[in-house]
Design a protein around this ligand. Structure first.
Ligand code: MIG
Length: 811
């Protein structure tokens, strides 16, 4: 038996690029060709999404994959032409060119840009003659070589810590619980998203190389004129997203792999965790502190010690004798409780979860048919075969033991899967996923990277079934392309180091560029002791994460926002209050993400792809399009450089105006992280609250910095939970703001949708006035306003109404 599984695909060796091809047949959207014994299909799924599949040795074409959310693509208008030696298939957005001898594929668009063009090595397979299930279980290895276009630069690749740009790097896609923790590198961590977004001359395209086994990319490292995409086994399947804007690429990518679901509103609030809050008394104490100290918090976590001997879906009677009582008391104070769930199921005949899984044959196997075991927290464990739909349903149903007690959400950990023997290892490649009835057994090596996604999917589907009216809240550590449709991703075990605070920024931006928009790192750092200044600075950053949770490891110093006394506690309090006030803005950005796949925490290049300076602004980012954040990530440092892209930006704390593009040196004492607001773009904010559901968002304030020029932004609201918004129960308003030296006009469009926000007052907070306005007119009638001389802020109070509102201010 091949115990040591091949970890590196051979380079060169038996690589055989596909040779001459002939057209076998075609339909309205696809071409089917044969090159030697390989079948190649090229299809236009939509106007700007193309799929290419190569199936060696008579393999039946198939695209079934955990990455893919959408199978039915409706019709797409195409035209096919056969110029010399080539077949082209065009949509209104792009053309795929298939050269026949040798078979080479490339793309062009209306601007006659060429992209994703095969290199002379083309695509093909590393042949492994005589492959058999014991020595070469994966058969031939697929490879794809694309030319690097003039000026092409690569981005994406999932949760990489090192930086935004991937040009000249080697990327490994293989989920691990990293034995040495996080380092600033392009190395693989817990999740794998084999996707690149390329930019050349300000125009982008995306490429998803869909293979859940071990994948490697060489992005113009070995040869600066070429990119390589390869896997250890399986067919060759890839998708091209034509763009040309990054927003269009991400929209197409998430149309294929799934969008981030609408979150329950409470999950945008601040969250608190520790490995572990050991018992009921400790949890109550933490909750009491948040409320007494007036630090906003919505969620408290129970890490592995709430379980009975780490048996999943059980409770420890000594530490948590009355989970229902605890959770309901916390609920009265506005807290929700989220519990951790690991995939390892303790091998124990007297434990019903194990006994049932074994009885129903739902675990992974060894090749001899016995259950596969390894050690994790509970001791020796079996591991659910999540590729089996029956396993997923069973697993999902098991969450009843938690939800029945009032648990609000599920935190999936260790799902690479992580194993203890040897330490921080994962399931060996030759373990068998039987797949269940009708399913095809597969080796772990073939599906490894999908394991985490499949576990998260089981949790989400279980929650949806158990609480059909509520939006599931699921967190995952591991996953594969498309994981965003099941869960949010937190980035695992960072350390309480300044370097890791810095790394959080590229890490989350890289995820955002890879379709995973709902993300967060452990605020304060996980391993090791944090300290006051680090926690305060980390919270200054964390308050802007899509998922804001403070978490630390067992045996470390306390790390709650008050743990290091003053001035740090106050800094954390004020930042978390600001976070809480920003929830209406964040929610609006989440909805945009849900609808279009745009990252929430986004790199500058997402909005300003024509500006190459943004390609390397790793340590600053946008939240939506209105806020630019540039955290301080060194101790004792109060100044830093910030790049402001084109447009006009206002420093949030001082009101100072900057006209981009500009490099500025900003002063950022503790408590005032560099934060800029884009001119004429509304930032909806609520009142201060202890937690998200404390009271109505009354007033809802639209913060605006009007300047010359005009811009449009949005306010989106709905019930904050449930699925009524899918039936039109939402409220959306366009906010149009136009300024000149003499006047400012703010037009709120009619409220669209049937949701009626429960409040009386809509407030405009217009900043940056040098003197009191001469007059204020609302819908043609003169209105009152308040003007604060010191801050140059003017406040206009409006009654919430369905109709449009026009506010005209004469300066
Ligand atoms: O081996 O459940 O990343 O957040 O606190 C450690 C205990 C297992 C790893 C997670 C971390 C969690 C911890 N878990």
């Amino acid at each position: 038996m091949a115990e040591t599984f091949e970890q590196q695909p051979e380079t060169g060796g038996n690589y055989e690029p596909l040779g001459a091809a002939e057209l076998l047949d075609h339909d309205a959207r696809s071409l089917r060709l044969r090159a030697g014994s390989t079948i190649v299909e090229v299809a236009a799924l939509s106007e700007d999404i193309f799929r290419v599949g190569a199936f060696p040795d008579g393999d039946t074409p198939g695209y079934d994959s955990e990455a893919i959310a959408r199978e039915d693509w409706g019709s797409v208008e195409t035209s096919m032409e056969r110029p010399d030696g080539e077949i082209t298939l065009s949509t209104s957005g792009a053309t795929v060119h298939v050269a026949l001898d040798p078979l080479r594929i490339s793309f062009t668009d209306a601007s006659s840009r060429t992209f994703a063009a095969d290199d002379e090595l083309g695509m093909g397979f590393v042949r492994r003659p005589g492959a058999d299930v014991f020595t070469q279980p994966l058969g031939s290895a697929p490879r794809l070589y694309k030319r690097r276009e003039e000026g092409e630069r690569y981005f994406g690749c999932g949760e990489r810590t090192s930086g935004l740009e991937k040009t000249g790097s080697y990327q490994i896609f293989w989920n691990v619980d990293p034995p040495l923790g996080h380092t600033a590198s392009f190395n693989n961590l817990y999740a794998s998203i084999p996707f690149t977004l390329s930019l050349a001359n300000g125009r982008s395209y995306g490429l998803l190389f869909d293979n859940p086994g071990r994948v490697e990319f060489d992005l113009a490292l070995e040869d600066e004129g070429r990119a390589y995409y390869g896997a250890e086994g399986g067919n060759l399947v890839y998708y091209v997203f034509c763009g040309p804007t990054p927003a269009e690429v991400l929209s197409g990518y998430t149309e294929l792999t799934g969008r981030t679901p609408m979150p329950p509103l409470w999950s945008l609030g601040n969250q608190q965790c520790r490995y572990s809050y050991m018992d009921e008394a400790e949890v109550r104490e933490v909750a009491r502190n948040f409320r007494e100290r007036e630090i906003p918090c919505d969620v408290i976590y129970l890490d592995i010690h709430y379980m009975d001997g780490y048996r999943v879906f059980t409770w420890n009677d000594e530490r948590f004798p009355d989970p229902e009582g605890l959770i309901s008391d916390l609920g009265e104070q506005g807290f929700r409780v989220v519990t951790i769930v690991d995939p390892g199921v303790k091998v124990d005949e007297n434990y019903d979860v194990y006994a049932e899984g074994r009885e129903r044959d739902l675990f992974c196997k060894k090749r001899d048919g016995e259950e596969y075991h390894n050690a994790v927290w509970p001791g020796v464990c079996a591991f659910p075969d999540f590729t089996n739909p029956e396993t997923r349903e069973w697993w999902g149903d098991n969450h009843r033991a938690l939800l029945d007690r009032g648990v609000a959400g599920i935190w999936c950990d260790m799902n690479e899967p992580s194993h203890f023997i040897p330490r921080n290892s994962t399931m060996p490649g030759h373990v068998v996923h039987p797949g269940g009835p009708g399913g095809e057994p597969r080796l772990h090596a073939q599906v490894h990277n999908a394991y985490g996604s499949l576990m998260a999917r089981a949790a989400r589907e279980g929650l949806l079934k158990l609480r059909p009216g509520e939006r599931p809240f699921v967190i995952t550590r591991a996953g594969y392309a498309g994981l965003q449709r099941h869960a949010l991703q937190w980035t695992g075990d960072n350390s309480s180091w300044w370097e890791h605070l810095w790394m959080s920024m590229p890490q989350l931006q890289n995820l955002g560029l890879s379709g995973v928009a709902w993300t967060g790192v452990d605020v304060g750092g996980f391993w090791g002791d944090s300290n006051g200044e680090l926690l305060a600075r980390w919270t200054e950053f964390g308050a802007f994460q899509p998922f804001c949770r403070n978490h630390t490891a067992i045996g470390t110093r306390r790390q709650e926002p008050w743990a290091f006394g003053e001035p740090y506690e106050s800094v954390c309090r004020e930042m978390l209050k600001l976070r809480q006030r920003l929830v209406p803005y964040l929610y609006t950005v989440f909805e945009e993400c849900h609808r279009r796949g745009s990252p929430i925490l986004r790199p500058l290049l997402f909005e300003y792809p024509e500006d190459e300076t943004t390609y390397t602004t790793d340590d600053e980012f946008l939240v939506g399009e209105a806020l630019l954040v540039a955290p301080i990530t060194r101790p004792g440092t109060e100044h830093r450089h910030v790049y402001l892209p084109r447009g006009c930006w206002f420093h949030y704390w001082t009101g100072e105006r900057f006209d981009g593009p500009a490099h500025v040196l900003v002063h950022a004492p503790l408590g005032e992280p560099p934060l800029y607001v884009r001119a004429n773009t509304a930032v909806p904010m609520g009142p201060e609250m202890a937690h998200t559901g404390e009271k109505a968002t009354n007033p809802l304030t639209l913060l605006l910095y009007p300047t010359e020029g005009a811009d449009e932004s949005t306010l989106y609201e709905d019930a904050g939970d449930g699925f009524g918004y899918e039936e039109g129960e939402y409220a959306r308003r366009a906010v149009f703001c136009e300024g000149s030296a003499e006047s400012v006009t703010v037009r709120l469009g009619e409220r669209e949708g049937t949701f009626v926000p429960g409040r009386e007052e809509l407030r405009l907070e217009l900043r940056g006035f040098g003197s009191a306005p001469e007059s204020v007119v609302v819908n043609g009638e003169s209105a009152r306003s308040r003007y604060d001389e010191e801050s140059g802020t003017m406040v206009v109070s409006l009654r919430e109404t369905e109709g449009a509102l026009t506010v005209e201010v004469a300066r």
